[in-house]
Design a protein around this ligand. Structure first.
Ligand SMILES: Cc1cc2nc3c(=O)[nH]c(=O)nc-3n(C[C@H](O)[C@H](O)[C@H](O)COP(=O)(O)OP(=O)(O)OC[C@H]3O[C@@H](n4cnc5c(N)ncnc54)[C@H](O)[C@@H]3O)c2cc1C
Length: 377
């Protein structure tokens, strides 16, 4: 069993950490305050290859393994609210789009020229995504998209979207995926005033008869839901690592503070009441990291990884929330200020407890693996 990254992967980790510290971290708080996405961020990420990590080299990407994408998520997560969308979207397109479609669509994503989003959630259907209602109405040449998507990350900024729409009857098999140009008058958007992730943002999107044809259909008709669910088996581990990156850097800062800050004539780290909670944070972070990387390693090795990815999603964002909270308390009054990044990290990771599926939906996936579908909730 080998827990080490090879030399090239370790060098990549250092490179991304340096990039995150120098290019991303200085904007972390100001972007949050401004509450808007800077398009240069996509260009900056692209210059490091981070928007095309899992896109094949033939289509302008890096062709990286899932584990390497996890390393990038963790390192970027230390410094910014991660653009995870590209990970899930490129995974769906690489698995399900035709070669011609990939040739047309993927290079722009890898270059950071097209900002993508993914539209699944609707006002009436979140966790129960297989019941979604946005309709693809046949119009002779293709379809017209009619309906509303909500809670869409980067929804105010994105140029294109993977949109799940109902082309057939009820349930998952009636759902198809389309690659949709959002820069049209037939799409209207309204942004949210969010608690966290404010530099990325979420929005509702209204589709008012947006035309799509067979050239925009991703995979077979009726196969869209399954394709996106398989993408979650990857993106959930990536989200886990992004959250753990934010928690890890918070822990490192808290440990330094425990060395530096004195009370009652000694460093506060010498009080068990300070040190032991941080020890517990470090121990749990290590465990959760292993689960995330195991899921990605299994994906790279062609092994089933859906339970492991669900475990990563169930554990890591919640743990990150708890760890950042604990670290904030370790700093005392100083961290209870918008000057400190801890409150922002806390707000950001709470969002990722919900996005890409709540703890309950992860538990449902895991229960099916443990008990068998016939015995699970
Ligand atoms: C930061 C953020 C980013 C997001 N980005 C996107 C995006 O880019 N694209 C997109 O399509 N969506 C996105 N979402 C939406 C997200 O996927 C949904 O919020 C999520 O799937 C849950 O749906 P819901 O909020 O409608 O909750 P509901 O489905 O209404 O659930 C409400 C509560 O009931 C629980 N619950 C529901 N069903 C069950 C059950 N069977 N068993 C036990 N408990 C259950 C849920 O866990 C939850 O706690 C994002 C959300 C957030 C917060």
């Amino acid at each position: 069993m080998d827990f080490d990254l090879d030399a090239g992967e370790q060098a990549f980790r250092h490179e991304v950490r340096r990039f995150a510290e120098k290019t991303l971290a200085p904007h972390y708080q100001s972007d949050d305050r401004a509450g808007r996405f800077r398009r240069e961020l996509a260009a900056d990420m692209a210059s490091m290859g981070l928007t095309g990590l899992r896109i094949p080299e033939a289509h302008g990407g890096q062709g990286a393994t899932a584990v390497v994408a996890g390393v990038a998520a963790e390192e970027v997560g230390r410094a910014a609210y991660l653009i995870i969308n590209t990970a899930l979207i490129s995974d769906v397109l690489v698995r399900s789009a035709s070669e011609d479609q990939q040739r047309a669509w993927l290079p722009e994503i890898a270059a950071g020229a097209v900002i993508p989003c993914i539209c699944i959630t609707e006002p009436g259907h979140g966790t129960d995504a297989a019941s979604l209602q946005l309709r693809a109405v046949p119009d002779g040449e293709g379809w017209r998209l009619e309906g509303e998507k909500t809670s869409i990350t980067l929804g105010t900024e994105a140029d294109r979207a993977v949109v799940l729409a109902r082309t057939g009857g009820a349930g998952a098999r009636g759902v198809s995926a389309f690659w949709v140009d959002l820069n049209t008058a037939r799409v209207s958007r309204s942004g949210f005033d969010d608690l966290g992730g404010r530099a990325i943002g979420r929005a509702s999107l209204h589709f008012d008869g947006v035309p799509v044809g067979p050239a925009e259909l991703i995979g077979a008709e009726g196969a869209g839901f399954v394709s996106v669910m398989q993408g979650f088996d990857y993106s959930r581990a990536i989200i886990g690592l992004a959250c753990l990156g934010a928690a890890q850097v918070s822990l490192e800062e808290a440990l330094q503070w425990a060395r530096d800050r004195e009370a009652f004539g000694q460093p506060i780290g010498r009080f068990q009441g300070v040190a032991f909670p941080l020890v517990e944070c470090a121990t749990q972070l290590r465990g959760a990291r292993h689960v995330c990387y195991e899921a990605l390693w299994r994906k790279d090795n062609g092994l089933d990884h859906s339970a492991e990815a669900a475990m990563a999603k169930l554990w890591a964002p919640k743990l990150a929330t708890e760890v950042i909270h604990q670290c904030l308390l370790t700093f005392g009054h100083l961290a209870y200020s918008t000057e400190s990044p801890l409150g922002q990290r806390l707000r950001d990771v709470i969002g990722l407890e919900i996005g890409d599926g709540t703890a309950q939906v992860s538990s449902l996936v895991i229960a099916r693996h443990l008990l068998g579908r016939a015995y699970a909730p």
